[in-house]
Design a protein around this ligand. Sequence first.
Ligand code: PGA
Length: 253
Amino acid sequence: MRKQIAAANWKMNLTVDKAETLLDNIISANINLSNDQLAVFAVPFPYLHLAQNIIGDNDNFYIAAQNCYSKKSGAYTGETSVEMLQSLNIKYVVVGHSERREYFEESNAFLAEKLSIALEYNITPIFCCGEPLSIRDAQTQNEFVAKQLEESLFIFSADDVQKIVIAYEPIWAIGTGKTATSEQAQEMHAYLRKVLTGKYGKDVAGNISILYGGSVKASNAKEIFSQPDVDGGLVGGASLIADEFITIIKSLK
Ligand code: PGA
């Protein structure tokens, strides 16, 4: 059975004291998660170790990196390898967030390399996809997002692709306060599962968690997560407020 995941994406926010307080507050809420529910925190690189210590051995809580490089090691100043993440016991990494695609020109082919090395090191990638507003307005979002999947994911075997978490994040809904309706989210998630079914079959597609991202908050999480093909969310702004994110975690189905 696929996992239900509440993933926080802190992006480039919070100083160390604030990061510590935020995570402490969320952990002390003693949220009980069932075996198929997870809370994941994608924190800035300098806080990985600290965050890992704060969550300690809390079941079903994990720390993620927000990015990684495609090479194992070497002369790549400023980059972070999955080997380093593995050595810190980090289990998740966000790959291909739209901000990485836009500001750092990360292509589908380059992201496929990152996914590949993450899987090699047993780190679960949270692979982001999603269309800009111009594509949504032209009503070609299905083709656009299917291409992102085809070019980054379809090189993987059925076994490997099931280890990847997908996050559908329409760019027009990120940080804008403009959430996709739960119907729009469900429609795209069902379509993505259909694309995955076409390539890998129903069982494999049914095992892949597909998260929704884009202005998820405490007040809309339950409605969005209740959709049959939505397996939780990747949350930016609202994950920086303890009470908001606690409610979002508790909204997992
Ligand atoms: P948001 O960001 O929740 O602030 O819209 C989501 C994301 O970018 O992952």
